[in-house]
Ligand binder design. Structure first.
Ligand code: ATP
Ligand code: MG
Length: 352
């Protein structure tokens, strides 16, 4: 079972958008497998896109959250707040078969829908970490792993592929997601603050210190204390590459180079924190081979991306032409599709 988390400590870098596009593309190209998306962000953006976008998706989220118990991540978390240290094995009760709501999504995609209630539950999760047995923190940090196991068992499968969408801030539910993941994909955008955000990821999850004696995150220290596995870095993804003109392209290149340098330094000190892929391939031994393996780029598809998300139509299925949503009509150009469709296809083809 491979569990991928999309996370960066910075907002708006494309975590939800990529979760949506990657899960749909992965499902399309792996028809014999079941794909699970767990939306661990209270904003529920990837759920919204998967369930049909701005209108249909939002309506679906409302109705799933309105069930008793809610058929969302909050339904499951409520079970675990009541029974924090004894596995409830109830994860599969909170699944939604995405295609039954959004016909644009392949038949093999299932979702544990996001829910704004998760924000309110954070205090309860934290309380469960602090109370209870000596290793309460550790047990609570396996809740989402328990959930994915419940689903796998209910499907009677050895192997499923899971994508976790995360909130940018390193709150308790983001910690739970990171603890459940075995592979981490770090999207970043072209602006100057991206480098700091990627540094934060490396510090918060892997305890990478900028200066000797700098305090390490409680999360990192606890995972060490309880000998818990951390997700290993799968890739860092430059998202929304703007190719409008040469100067912005070269500014982006600089950001990418700086982020490469940060990540590569970690690789040199701790290659075990990375997933060599494809599986059989040799580990990178040079800057060049490292970048070829771990660095990805997804171009900005402008209006096409807006339409894809707003209508819940994955990029591979979107066609050029005039589309209407929210009472407006917009035009999707073939050139916009050409800019991103191959990126997503190539990126997903490397996901094992
Ligand atoms: N490659 C892309 N091309 C065009 N638009 C994009 C692309 N990636 C993301 N976007 C758009 O950028 C915006 C931010 O993306 P998204 O919501 O996925 O970021 P996020 O990292 O999940 O944000 P948050 O931290 O708030 O959860 C969205 O409107 C999304 O549609
Ligand atoms: Mg998001």
């Amino acid at each position: 079972m491979a569990v991928y988390a999309f996370w960066n400590n910075k907002g708006g870098v494309g975590k939800s958008y990529l979760t949506f596009q990657v899960a749909a593309e992965y499902a399309r190209t792996h028809r014999d497998q079941k794909v699970l998306v767990v939306d661990l962000c209270p904003q529920a953006n990837s759920s919204s896109m998967l369930l049909g976008g701005m209108i249909a998706g939002e309506t679906a989220i409302e109705s799933l959250a309105g069930l008793t118990p809610p058929r969302t991540i909050s339904g499951y978390i409520a079970d675990r707040i009541v029974s924090p240290y004894v596995d409830t094995h109830s994860g599969a009760n909170y699944l939604t078969h995405v295609r039954s709501i959004n016909p644009q999504i392949p038949d093999n995609v299932y979702l544990v829908c996001g829910d704004e209630e998760l924000e309110m539950q954070a205090a309860g999760i934290q309380l469960a970490c602090a109370a209870g047995p000596g290793n309460a923190w550790q047990i609570v940090h396996t809740w989402i792993r328990n959930l994915t196991e419940d689903v796998r068992r209910s499907w009677d499968q050895h192997d499923i592929t899971v994508f976790l969408d995360c909130n940018p801030s390193f709150t308790i539910y983001t910690e739970l997601a990171i603890s459940a993941a075995d592979r981490l994909i770090i999207p970043f955008s072209a602006d100057g603050s991206s480098k700091r955000a990627v540094r934060s990821v490396l510090a918060l999850v892997y305890g990478v210190q900028r200066r000797p004696g700098q305090p390490q995150s409680q999360f990192f220290r606890n995972t060490q204390q309880y000998r818990m596995a951390l997700p290993r870095i799968y890739s860092y993804v430059g998202n929304r590459l703007t190719q409008m003109n040469n100067s912005s392209a070269s500014a982006f290149r600089n950001v990418v180079l700086e982020i490469f340098a940060e990540v590569y330094r970690v690789y040199q000190g701790n290659p075990g924190a990375f997933v060599v892929h494809p599986n059989s391939g040799p580990a990178p031994t040079s800057r060049q081979t490292f970048r070829a393996m771990f660095e990805e780029q997804i171009n900005d598809a402008n209006t096409a991306s807006v339409v894809s998300g707003a209508l819940g139509i994955p990029m591979y299925k979107l066609t050029a032409g005039t589309k209407s949503f929210a009472g407006k009509s917009v035009h999707v150009n073939q050139s916009q599709l050409d800019r991103q469709q191959p990126n997503i296809r190539d990126f997903v083809s490397k996901i094992e």
